[in-house]
Design a protein around this ligand. Structure first.
Ligand SMILES: [Zn+2]
Ligand SMILES: [Zn+2]
Length: 217
């Protein structure tokens, strides 16, 4: 960031304060909202999310957006480590995360995982699990290919078939925390949550490190 780096923490206090922390956000999906807005965004009012609660720490803006791209596409271990350190801070802003019994990373389709070699959601779920002292397990899997997101309109991107996911018996009767790196439309998290609830999970909450702002915001 400013280059005035310390040994044990992510950055200096000035750079820390300058990170795009989420302040007022939708209670349903953590979309950043203006101070005067109500507790829910228009989308959550229209279609309430299937999860019970959602936590997010930062807006998907510079420099975090660049770090996530570096972690995802360049497999930059320093960027991933920085994001993991931030993820471990999430329970400070959402103490209810401690109610989770089991953390599950949102899975990446096998083909994409082979291309990229790394699912940042899994690394972030492990970091959050260590911070909460809770187990983290790949209890949800993808089957088949993801629908291409590019070229589909927003309504089409919102529709993801929950049957794309397969849940393991370990989720039955458990209070689950589904973890991803960034929430954009929330469509994948909605489909995965529905699948976990249909499979018999007692409760599903979601935690993401980054939340994209509304288009144009
Ligand atoms: Zn600094
Ligand atoms: Zn919302």
């Amino acid at each position: 960031m400013c280059g005035d780096c310390c040994r044990e923490v992510l950055c200096c206090p000035g750079c820390w304060d300058g990170l795009p922390w989420l302040r007022h956000s939708c209670r349903g999906c953590r979309l950043p909202l203006p101070e005067v807005a109500g507790p829910l965004c228009a989308e959550c009012l229209r279609r309430p999310p299937p999860w019970r609660r959602a936590a997010a720490l930062l807006a998907y803006r510079p420099p975090l957006a660049g770090w996530l791209r570096a972690a995802k596409f360049a497999e930059d271990p320093v960027a991933l480590h920085g994001l993991s350190l931030l993820m471990a801070q999430l329970p400070h802003s959402a103490p209810w995360l401690a109610e989770a019994e089991l953390l599950l990373p949102l899975p990446m389709p096998a083909q994409r995982l082979r291309q990229r070699g790394l699912n940042p959601a899994a690394a972030l779920a492990r970091a959050l699990g260590r911070s909460l002292d809770r187990p983290c397990t790949p209890g949800l899997h993808c089957q088949g290919l993801p629908p291409p997101q590019r070229g589909r309109d927003r309504a089409a991107r919102q529709r993801i078939d929950p049957r794309r996911f397969v849940a393991e018996p370990a989720v039955v009767g458990r209070r689950l925390l589904l973890v991803d790196d960034v929430m954009t439309t929330g469509a994948t998290l909605r489909a995965a949550s529905r699948r976990l609830l249909a499979a018999g999970a007692a409760q599903v909450d979601v935690a993401v490190l980054l939340r994209t702002p509304a288009p144009g915001d």
